[in-house]
Design a protein around this ligand. Structure first.
Ligand SMILES: *Cc1c(COP(=O)(O)O)cnc(C)c1O
Length: 232
């Protein structure tokens, strides 16, 4: 079941790449395993998946402990500063940095581990009040400030698009994030690499790939609906 869904998502990514003249190797599929048990992650691993996304620090850490060491864990959800210490050495990429204060804490923890922590800047492209993320207008100045921190390296941008019935509605949002990353890349800021664009979820990842996503975060499309009434 999970193997088939994974295969289908991979195929859709390939199709979207062909439609937009992109190389499918440029796109990393992050299997979002939040709320899902280890047994389901093991099924995905058996189907060749090694990159997983979690949105809670504690859940990432407990899965990290029990699963094989050769996996790649991405923290995709909002991060509180007091939890940074638990994941600074575990998360391969933190997708959700939206303030200088948070980046400073990551920098301190990175220094402790002698590890430069790769991060993305989360941008609230749609300007939804309920969402985390820096505004499009403030992104360049935040990137410039964070770029001065030696134990943090900005690899690109991330956005969470609104839930919409028709994924086409999110195309302008993905296009805007892509344009923002091109604009920032042109500034050639030291310690800033605009190589990663993390955008697209189950509902809209095909459109996101067509608009230049290099990472898509797919949960439901691989593992099925989440049941938040059960805790793991
Ligand atoms: C849960 C989550 C996803 C995956 O959402 P699906 O709609 O299940 O694919 C992607 N990104 C973030 C930040 C999430 O929290």
């Amino acid at each position: 079941m999970i193997a088939e869904q994974l295969q289908e998502v991979r195929q859709e990514i390939q199709n979207a790449c062909h439609r937009s003249n992109r190389n499918p190797e440029e796109v990393t599929l992050i299997a979002v395993s939040k709320t899902k048990p280890v047994s389901m992650i093991e099924e995905a691993i058996a189907a060749g998946q090694t990159v997983f996304g979690e949105n809670k620090v504690q859940e990432l850490c407990s899965k990290y402990e029990v699963l094989p060491q050769n996996l790649h864990w991405h923290l995709i959800g909002h991060l509180q500063r007091n939890k940074v210490k638990y994941i600074a050495d575990k998360a391969e990429l933190i997708h959700s940095v939206d303030s200088l204060r948070l980046a400073e804490t990551i920098n301190q923890e990175g220094e402790k581990h002698d590890r430069t922590v790769p991060i993305l800047i989360e941008v609230n492209v749609a300007g939804e009040e309920s969402k985390f993320g820096v505004s499009v207008e403030d992104t360049l100045s935040l990137v410039t400030e964070i770029s001065k921190l030696p134990y943090v390296s900005i690899q690109g941008l991330m956005t969470i698009a609104p839930y919409v019935e028709n994924p086409e509605e999110n195309r302008p949002i993905f296009r805007k994030l892509k344009q923002l990353s091109v604009d920032i890349k042109r500034k050639n800021i030291n310690n800033v690499y605009m190589d990663i664009l993390s955008m697209g979820m189950t509902n809209d990842y095909q459109v996101a790939v067509e608009e230049g996503a290099t990472m898509v975060r797919v949960g439901t499309g691989i593992f099925g609906e989440r049941d938040y009434s059960k805790t793991i």
